[in-house]
Design a protein around this ligand. Sequence first.
Ligand SMILES: NCc1[nH]cc(CCC(=O)O)c1CC(=O)O
Length: 319
Amino acid sequence: MRKIVVGTRKSALALTQTNQVIAQLEQICKRDGIECEFEVHKIVTKGDQILDVTLSKVGGKGLFVKEIEQALLDNVIDIAVHSMKDMPADLADGLTIGAIPERVDPRDCLISRGGVGLDALPTGARVGTSSLRRACQLKFHRPDLQVESIRGNIDSRLKKLESEDFDAILLAAAGLHRMGWTDRVSAFLTADACVPAVGQGALGIECRAGDGFMLDLLRRFQHEATARCVRAERSFLRSLNGGCQVPIGAYGRIAAPEEAVTSGGDADVITLTGIVGSPDGAVLLRATVSGTLPEELGEELAQLLKAQGAEQILADVRG
Ligand SMILES: NCc1[nH]cc(CCC(=O)O)c1CC(=O)O
């Protein structure tokens, strides 16, 4: 009986999604006759310690990931469950993503007082988000809104909607979905109106690159369509040198079978949309590409946005 130690952050969302992944892996083990048991190991990351200060000013890439990767390298844990959108473009040497399971809802959503949608928010309403990507796209559509920083895990941000007197906050639908809190959603923003963060809604299970047992198990948990879309999004992010604290978004999807048939296309074709913008929403560059090779698609999309001036916008944000 092999014991698999699973590392996780200790936030409510991290623990919940880790337990959901363990339950799914247990099903696979049972189905395929693999004998193993799972144990959860909680790790406090730098990102958790400094949630109250301005994360974007600290500027480190992968603030939620570094200590967890060290625990993998030190054999303290065997796998780690991450939100793909928190993963830096490059992993630590010796580690790999063994599985990307099926993505849940990739969209952002609005949680407002009174449950109204974006268009019904009063002129000048205060909206809480610390994501430059969300701020940019929100201000692009509604320049009158006042975007203000809000910190903390999703549970504390939901509390701050009331206690800090915001009219609305923006969160990823996926986190609320995993917590069973989608009844709090006032409106889902379409992936076109607000292009999600790279990897949003997807999880990644990281392990040691040389751990054959884990790689064999995790391979059975991978959702190929999701994995290819996320690889395309991450290739785009890497090509722009982006971390999670820059106003960059990308969303890859694979045409539904009926769409692929009517377009005469291939069921493997990924359609990838990306944006780069200024945090005040004055500039919002966007392009869409499609193709079958994830890494090349991401690079192609980055080239298109660079040709529109993306590098200067990002340089201005980074200061
Ligand atoms: N940046 C924090 C973070 N990282 C992952 C999620 C949950 C959504 C997901 O898995 O993509 C969230 C919360 C949020 O952005 O609302």
